[in-house]
Design a binder for this molecule. Structure first.
Ligand code: SF4
Length: 283
């Protein structure tokens, strides 16, 4: 039940993605999951490397395509715990179409977005969640665009679990991952995961100063959809905790029927010569 590996991440020292990786490893271990019961599908970007460092089955997929890949995995074998992960550029830029449709279908998986408000791997360009006025290589005079409201988009399109976490609070992040994985249906955890190398505005200190934690508010009701949207508007979205949740049927049960769920299990006990022949066919 150990999700650690011997691979050393190549993230910059201090990158928020380290906290996401260790929180997810701890959450899966605390839930008593076995590595062979979990599949982590990632997109492209610094955050996409997480699948290489997480000790379960993994699939480092195409740019913006973590969600359709993860959807396919879940529909093929509903016994698996499926987690998709990527960055704000990957998920809310090129992957935005997939995001909205996975949300409205209520695919039973957890989607972790490492949101640093910038493209890190390509050395610092404007991303879909960069703030208006943000200066970068591609916006030297400041961004003229409104940031995408991804979390609000998830809520209004019928998401059944929406939370936000911060890499500066590993304890809360771990608890939110556990709750998201236990949730039946599409669970989004948008993680504020600072890029210490290229984003000198949205730093750990910037988040610590501004963040509101709704988990500490006894009067907050996460089943109140209008209340969640109001809170996001009032805080400018800089808020952590479980923002919204509801119970509704999951996609594979709606489509197939709960009693007739077809699980596809493929026997992958390939012989060495079969493997070599398969590899040869791609050369
Ligand atoms: Fe993390 Fe930014 Fe470095 Fe990428 S460039 S590893 S996002 S700190």
């Amino acid at each position: 039940k150990d999700f650690r590996t011997n691979n050393r991440p190549t993230w910059c020292p201090g990158c928020g993605d380290y906290a996401v990786l260790s929180s997810l490893q701890k959450a899966c271990a605390d839930l008593g999951l076995a590595p062979e019961e979990v599949v982590l599908v990632s997109g492209i970007g610094c955050s996409g490397k997480i699948a290489q460092h997480f000790g379960s089955y993994g699939f480092h997929s195409l740019h913006g395509r973590a969600l359709p890949t993860a959807t396919g995995v879940k529909l093929a074998n509903q016994d698996l715990t499926v987690i998709a992960a990527g960055g704000d550029g990957d998920g809310y830029g090129i992957g935005m179409g997939h995001f909205v449709h996975a949300v409205r279908r209520n695919i039973d998986l957890t989607y972790i977005v490492m949101d640093n408000h910038i493209y890190g791997l390509t050395t610092g360009q404007l991303s879909p969640t960069s703030e208006r006025g943000f200066k970068s290589k591609t916006s030297p005079k400041g961004s003229a665009e409104e940031p995408v409201k991804a979390v609000e988009t998830a809520i209004v399109n019928g998401a059944s679990f929406v939370a936000q976490a911060f890499s500066g609070d590993v304890k809360q992040m771990t608890r939110l991952f556990e709750e998201a994985i236990r949730h039946r249906g599409f669970a989004l955890v948008n993680c504020f995961s600072p890029c210490v190398t290229f984003n000198k505005v949205n730093t750990y200190d910037w988040f610590k100063e501004k963040l509101v934690n709704v988990d500490e508010r006894e009067d907050y009701d996460p089943t109140d959809r209008e209340g969640a949207l109001r809170l996001l508007h009032e805080t400018g979205g800089v808020v952590t905790g479980v923002l919204y949740k509801q119970e509704r049927p999951v996609f594979h049960e709606e489509m197939i029927g709960a009693s007739e769920v077809a699980t596809v299990k493929v026997d992958l006990q390939l012989k060495e010569e079969d493997t070599q022949a398969l590899l040869q066919s791609y050369r």
